[in-house]
Each structure stands twice: as C-alpha cells, then as structure tokens.
Design a protein around this ligand. Sequence first.
Ligand SMILES: *Cc1c(COP(=O)(O)O)cnc(C)c1O
Ligand SMILES: [Zn+2]
Length: 618
Amino acid sequence: MARVGKKHSTDFYELRCISCGRTVREKESSTRCPSCRAPLDVHYDLGYIRSRLNRYSLRNSPAKALKYLDFYPLRNLDLVVSMNEGGTPLYRCTRLSERLGFRDLYIKNEGANPTGVFKDRGSLVELTKAKELGAKAVCVASTGNMAASVAAYASVAGLLCYVLVPEGTAIGKLAQALSYGARLLQVRGTYNDAARLTEEMSVRHGFYLAGDYAFRVEGQKSQAYEIIEQLDWRPPAAVIVPMGCGTNMAAVWKGFKEFYELGLIDRLPRMIGVQADGCAPILTAFQTGAERPTPVEKPFTVCTAVAAGDPVDGLKALAALRESGGCGVILSDAEILDAQQQLAHLESVFVEPAGAIPIAALGSLLTTGRIRPDEVVVCVATGNGLKDPKAAMRVLPSPATIEPSMAEVDKFLKLRLYEIRAAGARDGARSLFEKAPSRPRVVQTVRAELGVKLTAEYAKRVTALVTDFVEKGKRITKADLQYIVESVLKALSEPAPILQVEDFQITTSLKRKASAKVWFIFDGERAQAEGVGVGPVDAVVNALKSAAESRGKLFFDLVDFQVEINSPGTDASVETTIIMKDAKNDRVVATGTSPDIIVASVNAFVEGYNMLWSRQKS
Ligand SMILES: *Cc1c(COP(=O)(O)O)cnc(C)c1O
Ligand SMILES: [Zn+2]
C-alpha cells in the first residue's frame, strides 16, 4: 500500500485486551481493558508493515528510534514528539567478559538516552499518541525515571504534566522532572499507591494517562531492533532485562518477535528477567509456575526503579520468559551494588542500581549452565548512574577533605587514607565488635578488614577508642572502625592541637533552654566554659565558642552546621559537618563522627577550630 501524505491510510493496527481478547478503540482506552481491566496490546497488520518496509534504508541508516516510525501505531506523523532518542551504544565488554568467563558479552547502554533511561523510547510514541488524541494534559505515576522522561516529552509536546511519585524518590530524578516543568506530588506510600491515584486522577480530571501501557511498549521495542542491527543482524542467544512493571521485558520481546515475523531474523533470543529480592513478584510467579504474580505489599530494595510491587505488565513479562524459553534470577541488593561497581570499574559504564541487576545475574547464569560461555549475551543497562548518586555512595568511600597544602596530600598518601576508606566502605555496615575487644584482637581485625598493620602506639589508641564506643552501648561496624583508625592515624601524625576537649556536661529540660559546660585544654592549660542554647547541640557549641573566644586571639565564625545519619537504627553513627571562617573569610570544613550527635558536634568543632588556628599560624 502506498503512503498517502504523511498519514496512514488504513487502520493497520488495533488494541486488544490480553485477557478477554476484546478489541478496544483507542479513544475509549489505551491503558486497560474497559471490560476486565487487563492490559491491552497493539496488534498489527504485519502484511501492511511488510509492504511499507524499506529494507535498504533499514539496513543502511544508523540505528535510532525515529528510524522505525513505520513500526509504531501512529497515524499522524506530523505530530511526532521526539528528542532524538535511541541509537544507544552496544558495548562489547572485554574486561568484564574475561573476568566472568564469557566470550561475547554486550551492554546495551540505555542510560545514553536524552533523559538517561530507555523510557524515552516509549515516551516518543506515548506523547505523540497523546497529541493525536487531543490531550491537553498528561498524568503519570513513577518511581522517578518515568516522571523525568514523560515530563521532558510533555514539555516538547506543549502539554501540562502531572506526576505522582512515592516519597523518597531519588533526588536526580526529582530534579529532572521538576526542571522539565512537571507538577509533582510525593505520595506517602509505594509506587502502586501513586499508580492507583494517578489512574483515578486521569478519569476525574480528563488527563491523558501515561505510563506502562500498550503505546509505551510500542516505543520501547526499538531496543530489540537496535540490538539486532548492532549485532549485524545476528540475534543474540540471550537478553537480560531488569523487571519492575515488566513492561520493558514485554517491549523488548515484542520487538524481537516482530523482526522475526517480518523475516528480518531467523531465530529468537531467550529472554532472561532479573529482579531484586526485595521486590520479585514476577519471578516468584515464574519459579512457582503460578499463572500471575502475587503483589508484594512493601517493596524494599536499593533498586528503586524496579520497586513495583504489583506489576502492571506482570502477565506480559511472564509470557516473554515462557515463550522464549528464558528464565529468571533474583539478586540481593549487596550483589547488585557490587555489580554496579564492577561495571563501572571494568567497563566505565556507570548505571543506576536497577541497571546493574543483569550484570549481577551473570555469574549464577553461567555456573548453573543457563547461559553457555560461548553464547552471545546482551545485558540491558537500563538507566544512568547519575540519577541516583546516593545509592552508589553507599558502597563508595566518602572522599577525605584536606587543607590546600602539599603536606596534606603527602600525609594522605603516606597514611594510605584512601585505601583505608575504600576498605571501610565495602560492607561497612557489618558489625565487628559488640563487646570491648582485647588489643591483639583489635590489631588482627584492623589488619584483616582494613589492610593496615597497627604499631603498638596506634593499637593502644584504637583499642581505647573502640572500648569507649562499646561502653556507650554502640556496636562497632566496619565503617566505624575505619573512622576510628583514620582519626588515630591522623592525630598521631600531627603536633598536639591547640584546643582539646576533655569532657562536657549538658542539662536539658522541657521548659528551659539547654545549658552545657565543657572542660578543655587550650595550649596546654586546663580550663572550663559554659554556654546555653535552644537544644543540647546548640548549647555545647556555644560553650565551645566561649571556650575558644576566651583564650585565643583568633576571630572565627560558624557558617554552617549539618548533620547526617549514616546508617539506620538507634546506634547509627552520626556525621556532623561544621563550616567555619576566620576574619579573612578563609573557610574550613570539619567533620565529626560518633553514635552520639553531641560528641560528633564537639569533634567537628574542635577539628575546625584547630584547622583555622594552624592556618593562621602558617
Ligand atoms: C523503569 C525502569 C526499569 C523497569 O522497567 P519496567 O518496564 O518497569 O519493568 C528498570 N530500570 C530502570 C532504570 C528503569 O527506569
Ligand atoms: Zn479484557
């Protein structure tokens, strides 16, 4: 059939319910079946698509989502909403292959899309459809990436965009969605709470409902088309896809099937689905042979992008695994964060945790024989790591801050501070001591866990500090031990500081201001000072200020004070950061760590003051 203008001349596709088979007009619904609420699917007249197929241009123009317009259910190509998505790199992973024992391992880096995620491919079709249907505004529920993607495309389309996300959504994704102009609400609840509200919102207010529905699948299937083209039209043996709602798994599988049915490839890959153990409803159903997923009430995983407890496209994803002869692997957060690091270290591809789940699964797929080492395997790295930097920082050392002097750089190298921090960051939450340990035990643990040999003097101080913490009821984790060792190494490599705090005492009550008393040594001389404040931290900081001001001739000012709680629980370690400046506006940033917020604040203050003092002297 010939092309008439830029419009398709025929109904070359229809929407059909995947459960009751009913045909649905797209003006009626493009999300769920009006009769049975099951998801819809787009069915094509493949003969029509085949008749329009330009095999020459398909083979000879570079892969890009826009290249496949004829494979999308769009009627008016004048309305296409695009940001030039797709065409993402397919990397051959040589170092990772070698490490894991594969021969032909690839990463499809979907983080290279305009908003950093494969969802842009779906937004291309979905927002174009919203315009075709005359929408004035769209609404969407999201764990963050969908929000950013739909917001960006809605803005290009000139449509208002309302977004509902669960509270605690990754900061990079929030900032993106808001910047693109989305009107965003955070819901105190899960992704599925947000999804339920959004569906209702679309009906009540007449907004176009965007999200993991049939038209999005049509856009996202271009990942499969591109993989085929980038492998020179030889389909891979297996493709590994992280699953949240299961929509992307369904989309990639549909893409492969269409190329197969059009005779563009002669075999199909096995689809391997991967999920995090804090939210694995699709794979639990797959493994137990259940017909449909049982919802997970409270998903809990570092991979927030796949924390969909009641997956909209669970049935489609299960069908993809079963039809393709594929399988599934469920991974722990620790394994996934480790894989995220491996991928970054070995291949310089930085993904968000969800995007690393396929990498985490490779080892077990190989050892259980579900993938052979000589097979061509593609992992879909779904999203860019910059969207959720906090997740990556959970297993990375927070970089030390130094004074701007070469002596500080030398000290950093000589004391091996980077190595100690890096060791402490790996598995940092593991508990090491719950009771006061002996000195030999401390020496042995420090060597095994942090790779440092303590001399007698260092060992004595580290043991004393560990004992101190334990006696206050704190269990010592690996990260705590790293902090203690580092502060002892630093303290002993420096001359005695001008200000040292020996003890403090605080009185607080419901009705009166808090008051604090500190006993300190200034330049070798013992003294005490007092202060009051709105709370205990404020009071002790004021007492310290008065201690310093009464002795030293150093003008200083507190610029900022921040508190961060590092790990969950009541015995978590607290990190305080104090920024101070002197009369010449020179600033220092000092930190203190302790299970006790007041001790952490005292430590930060003392460190900051001593830094300002030594700067002034030099
Ligand atoms: C949305 C998303 C997924 C999951 O895709 P579904 O279609 O919900 O299964 C995986 N990774 C990232 C980065 C995502 O944004
Ligand atoms: Zn139905």
